[in-house]
Ligand binder design. Structure first.
Ligand code: FAD
Length: 516
């Protein structure tokens, strides 16, 4: 289809325009729209597409105020659409104000740069100069003053006011304001270093820096590792009382512990638990696989590879390892082209073997507990399991750096019950799994793809308010993993992330609490 032939997919945080969708997206929209008109055969467009994707991810939180869109003008069915917008060269990017009319052809937007920061700043410039009516979801972006602050709490019903002090050229204040627009109970305003009354009152000496200002007129400096956008946004999104709009507030840990439906198991959020890993094995092998009465072809290959990497790299208790070994051997000796789930299940339940060979029945989620029964659990355990396996393969030393990832890819493709997840994962695997040719690269590949998923699903209904999606590890968990570039952009330090992952997921750090 046209959507697949184009340069973007539905999971890029970019709305794909078509003759059917164009009106709903562009006309009378409450958000401004940045639209890229491209031709899928054009070299510049192909070169620009990763930049546009990064921009979409980078300003994902701004969507209610400004939405990114794209349309492939090379597709026959879009020809008229692109003509109607007077597009003659590719790529062309246009900015459409909120509440644009059907005949609007948009304002020009310079896309000459491949630097996401530059493009982001241009988006802010466009928003700031937005004509009336202003997009309702877009917070004020102009600098604030002592006078406005004095009456702020009379007209705004929020718990926290964050003031970002900065030079007039800095964009950090406006970026953080927009990053927080989908969060309740917090407002952000920029204060220019030239606003002497406020600068003196709070005794501000560093620009940028961020202060929390209370209704009572007290202020305190926001403590961050670095005075930069991501660190401010991350810290502000996690202030007490701040919640994503439309989400229930997090449940107090004490309430969870006293819940009667299921025992809550207190746990350490920065550790990995064997109980979760065994629960994943139980769920995947006894519940998920059970949906396939007869397993054959590529499904059978996927099952063999899954059991094989588990046998090699699962850092399990001897009793579980014995069982995995046993099942693996039976599978290898099974020369038929297919296997019934019933047969597989007999091996798994292993009724004729001794007691030191078994996979415990049932699930006992610990680190993957959710504040509600439909949150976290199995998918959380699945990620954890494969992070542990990539790390084990690196430390034990397998022969093929892609072995674990390709087992995961095949398992997810054949069996993972969340079909959307499987489709997205397959796209990522197809894109770049071939580039993985060392064991550390495999560990880092899974880490970075998992972060892409975190980015995509942040704020979704499946997000547990008690466990908000973050780019992981957070600055608190691994301060040295993060830095900012000269231009103020966030950057991971892979040389720090790798040892962090190797230690976090290593077999010796796995806790055995709550095992039966
Ligand atoms: P999870 O994201 O499940 O993470 C589990 C634990 O791993 C975290 O608690 C944290 O300790 C650690 N962690 C977090 N990020 C990283 C990282 N980058 N590297 C290493 N460790 C990390 N849901 C969707 O809505 N759409 C999808 O397309 C989608 N695709 C998925 C694809 C796969 C293969 C899987 C296994 C799951 C997918 N999910 C998807 C589910 C989603 O990713 C989460 O698993 C689910 O929402 C539960 O989230 P969680 O808060 O428990 O944390």
């Amino acid at each position: 289809s046209a959507a697949q032939a184009g340069l973007y997919t539905a999971s890029d945080q970019i709305v794909l325009l078509s003759p059917d969708s164009v009106e709903a997206v562009m006309v009378n929209s409450t958000a401004a729209v940045l639209a890229e008109f491209y031709a899928s055969w054009c070299g510049h467009c192909i070169a620009f597409s990763p930049v546009y994707k990064s921009l979409a991810t980078d300003i994902r939180e701004w969507k209610p105020a400004v939405q990114l869109a794209a349309v492939d003008c090379a597709a026959e069915e879009n020809r008229k659409l692109c003509t109607d917008f007077s597009i003659r060269a590719y790529p062309t990017i246009k900015f459409f104000h909120a509440y644009s009319k059907a005949d609007s052809t948009g304002a020009s937007f310079r896309a000459s740069s491949h630097d996401v920061a530059v493009l982001r700043h241009r988006v802010i410039d466009k928003l700031e100069n937005h004509q009336e009516p202003w997009p309702p979801a877009c917070p004020p972006l102009e600098p604030t003053s002592q006078a406005e602050i004095d009456s702020f709490f009379e007209t705004n019903n929020v718990q926290h006011l964050a003031l970002i002090f900065e030079d007039s050229k800095s964009y950090v204040g406006r970026e953080v304001t927009l990053d927080l627009l989908q969060f309740e109970n917090v407002a952000v305003r920029r204060v220019l270093s030239s606003e002497e009354a406020l600068v003196n009152k709070l005794q501000v000496t560093e620009f940028p820096s961020c202060y929390l200002y209370s209704a009572a007129g007290n202020s305190s400096r926001l403590r961050v590792n670095m005075e930069a956008r991501v660190f401010y946004s991350y810290a502000l999104q996690r202030l007490p009382g701040v919640v994503r709009s439309g989400k229930p507030p997090p449940v107090n840990e004490a309430v969870l512990i006293n819940r009667t439906e299921e025992q809550w198991r207190p746990f350490n959020r920065s550790r990995v638990y064997m109980a979760d890993l065994e629960s994943v094995l139980h769920y995947s092998l006894r519940v998920e696989l059970a949906a396939h009465t007869l397993i054959r072809g590529q499904d059978l290959t996927a099952l063999r590879k899954y059991i094989s990497v588990l046998t090699k790299f699962f850092p399990g208790r001897p009793v579980v390892m014995n069982l995995l070994d046993y099942v693996n051997t039976r599978l290898q000796n099974h020369t038929d082209k297919e296997i019934s789930y019933e047969t597989f299940r007999e091996w798994l339940d292993n009724t004729d073997q001794s007691a030191d060979t078994a996979l415990p029945e049932g699930v006992r989620w610990v680190g993957c507990q959710g504040s509600q029964p439909h949150l976290r659990r199995y998918p959380c355990g699945m990620w954890t399991l494969f992070h542990v396996l990539t790390v084990q393969a690196k430390s034990i030393g397998g022969t093929d750096p892609q072995e674990v990832l390709s087992a995961m890819r095949n398992y997810v493709h054949s069996f993972f019950g969340c079909r959307d997840c499987a489709e997205h994962f397959e796209i990522m695997a197809r894109e770049s799994l071939v580039e993985v040719n060392t064991f550390p690269a495999a560990v880092l590949w899974l880490w970075s793809r998992h972060n892409r998923v975190n980015n995509r699903v942040a704020g979704a209904l499946s997000e547990d308010p008690n466990f908000p999606k973050v780019q992981w590890p957070s600055p608190e968990m691994c301060p040295t993993c993060h830095t900012v570039k000269e231009n103020g952009e966030h950057r991971w330090i892979p040389e720090q992330v790798l040892p962090f992952l190797l230690s976090h997921f290593s077999s010796s750090s796995i806790l055995t609490d709550y095992l039966e």
